[in-house]
Design a protein around this ligand. Structure first.
Ligand code: DAH
Length: 344
């Protein structure tokens, strides 16, 4: 058995001489020293020896395995250093080379404008509705019915609204006003929220109109809310958003979900009211529709219109950005021309 041990040790030493990588070392370790390795096989047979021989062969076996382990470790470290050095040499980085320019993306003008508007309303006490209360794909119920829009209203026509193939009553929302219904359903006033998002309309595209654009819906329902509150909030918003005073007008209007209703125009910045292509010669650009929430809408969501009243508004983000930054064509926002986008 002694010879057997020495023979194995010799073989292992031979193998080790031929080894040329860490992988080879690990293979040798497996072959001789693992649980199924050759030394262990011998150690298993120790039990058949006399006590005296057991002691001698046992300690020899231990000594030899220790020697082999040391030799393996030495070689392993040697190869490790060699492989590391090679790697460092091959993967050397020349830090004197000029860097590669990676252009940084930034917020789109419409995103920053939306954020700016939302922040203003937050400072006035409004909170933002959760995403699931303002979906872009809506049922006709939220986009029209619950907003008191009659079945035969022209806005429901496929010429104005995109219907989907999901189901006959599922549309790409044509306004963010449906978010009002989501915000009121199952809740008690006071409710004071804004809901930003994208809307879709089957429009003929021109300098002022695109077939999708962005709105920010606002809603405030509580006891004793008046048209004066609506005007106060919107005037304050306009003052903060434009920073300077801009000629503005409230115009009487009609929406099925508000009574009375109004629209707000801001003087066209491109022509300073003289009339141009952007404002189609009127000197004004409409930025929002608004009004006092129709009692029918409140009733529909279980809020008593004899106790509560509210105002609502829906503003166009593109229009507000055009008026602040003198963008004369809505299509500039969407055709991804870097020369335009870089300016903001
Ligand atoms: N949803 C209307 C539109 O897209 C705008 C609007 C008008 C929103 C009156 C309102 C409102 O909340 O009260 O033209």
């Amino acid at each position: 058995m002694k010879e057997q041990l020495e023979k194995i040790y010799e073989c292992a030493t031979e193998d080790l001489k031929k080894a040329s990588s860490i992988n080879d070392i690990e293979e040798i370790r497996g072959k001789y020293l693992s649980r199924k390795g050759e030394f262990n096989e011998i150690k298993k047979n120790l039990k058949n020896l006399s006590d005296e021989d057991k002691r001698i062969v046992g300690s020899l076996a231990n000594e030899i395995t220790r020697k082999l382990e040391d030799a393996l470790k030495l070689k392993h470290d040697e190869f490790y250093r060699k492989e590391l050095n090679e790697k460092l040499k091959n993967e050397r980085i020349d830090i004197t080379l000029p860097g590669k320019f990676i252009p940084r993306g930034k917020e789109h003008l419409l995103t920053s404008t939306t954020n700016e508007i939302v922040r203003i309303f937050q400072s006035l006490g409004f909170s933002v509705v959760p995403q699931e209360h303002s979906p872009e794909v809506e049922t006709e119920y939220y986009n029209f019915d619950a907003l008191n829009v009659p079945k035969d209203h022209p806005a429901r026509d496929v010429q104005d609204t995109f219907y989907t193939e999901i189901a006959p009553n599922v549309v790409l929302r044509s306004q963010t006003s449906g978010a009002q219904i989501h915000a009121m359903e199952g809740k008690n006033p006071p409710i004071r929220v804004v809901a930003p998002g994208r809307v879709y309309r089957n429009e003929n595209i021109n300098a002022r109109k695109n077939n999708f654009f962005h709105q920010i819906e606002g809603l405030y329902v509580d006891k004793d809310i008046t048209f004066g509150d609506l005007k106060g909030v919107l005037n304050e918003f306009i003052r903060i958003y434009f920073g300077t005073s801009r000629p503005t007008r409230f115009r009487n209007s009609f929406f099925p979900f508000t009574e009375p209703s109004a629209e707000v125009d801001v003087q066209c910045i491109m022509c300073e009211g003289k009339g141009c292509r952007t404002c189609s010669g009127t000197g004004w650009l409409e930025i929002l529709g608004c009004g006092m929430v129709d009692p029918n809408v409140l009733k529909g969501v279980g809020i008593d219109p004899d106790v509560y009243s509210g105002f609502a508004f829906g503003m166009g983000v593109e229009r507000l950005a055009m008026l602040k930054y003198a963008v004369d064509d809505i299509r500039l926002f969407f055709n991804n021309d870097e020369r335009f986008l870089k300016q903001f």
